[in-house]
Write a protein that binds this ligand. Structure first.
Ligand code: MEV
Length: 268
């Protein structure tokens, strides 16, 4: 017997880190999906993970195994082969880790597993705000704010048609570590101000302000938080010098790459 499921990635247009502290954010699902197929086999003793894309990467293997173990605590044990394929870039700020939680849970626990999947997300991605889970679960553009039901946003996203994604490489730090690091410094006035302004960027986008202007300010706030590596700052300075704007998607990084950057061309 085979079951199949899928989940998109996410693109945060505004709100990184600020959403952890209760400010609003906006996220849209990515056009790329992660797909999982589970073939139940009674002649096996465990679940074999078949994920050729990550054959070299023990961290992803361990991460997928942990999600499976947590699913097994919530349902009867199954055995078989779990095949995974992701078109979402892995570990680059586009929600691949949450998409994996949701797609595996849907496959092993059934399509109505939202509460269990959310609990598993909280175990494997501690400190998360819930924005990634909300947009990836619903597969719809959302205004997200902690403690309020996510609101499907009417935001016009046609400006994204002239946007592009630039891969700046993986950060050396994990998202939970970066969130914890921002949390430790969240009472410093510069950090407090950056978080507040990022929340304001969300309101400005929703009010219809030019995304180029909002993205430039949003990027400066992410720099102030310390999550945009210097080479990525140089890349974005070049884009701005040509009249465009860009921002890191997701948690960014302190060293190494900053994950995916979303760049917008000048509207003319
Ligand atoms: C990660 O995609 C977005 C962060 O704001 C963390 C979170 O909200 O869970 C950095």
């Amino acid at each position: 017997m085979k079951s199949e499921s899928q989940a998109p990635g996410k693109i945060i247009l505004s709100g990184e880190y600020a959403v952890v502290f209760g400010y609003p954010g906006i996220a849209v699902p990515s056009p790329q999906y992660l797909r999982v197929t589970f073939e139940k086999l009674t002649n096996r003793e465990d679940i074999l993970i078949d994920w050729p894309q990550i054959s070299e990467d023990a961290l992803w293997q361990t991460y997928a195994q942990r999600i499976i173990s947590l699913c097994e605590q919530k349902s009867e044990k199954s055995t078989g082969i779990l095949s995974i394929h992701s078109d979402i870039p892995l570990g680059k700020g586009m929600g691949s880790s949450t998409a994996l939680v949701i797609a595996i849970c849907r496959c092993l626990l059934g399509q109505e597993c939202e509460i269990d999947a959310r609990a598993i997300e909280d175990s494997v991605n501690p400190g998360n705000s819930g924005i990634d889970f909300a947009v990836i679960w619903k597969d719809k553009p959302l205004r997200f704010q902690k403690g309020i039901a996510p609101d499907p946003t009417q935001l016009r996203t046609d400006f994204l048609k002239c946007g592009s994604l630039i891969d700046t490489g993986k950060a050396n730090e994990s998202t939970p570590d970066l969130v914890a690091w921002v949390n430790e410094r969240s009472k410093e006035s510069q950090i407090e101000e950056a978080l507040r302004e990022i929340g304001e960027c969300t309101n400005r986008l929703l009010a219809g302000e030019d995304p180029l202007a909002v993205f430039r300010d949003h990027h400066r706030c992410q720099v102030a938080l310390g999550v945009v590596p210097s080479e990525v700052q140089t890349l974005i300075a070049g884009i701005e010098a040509r009249g465009g704007a860009a921002k890191v998607l997701g948690a960014g990084g302190r060293t190494g790459g900053g994950g995916m950057v979303l760049a917008l061309e000048p509207s003319e």
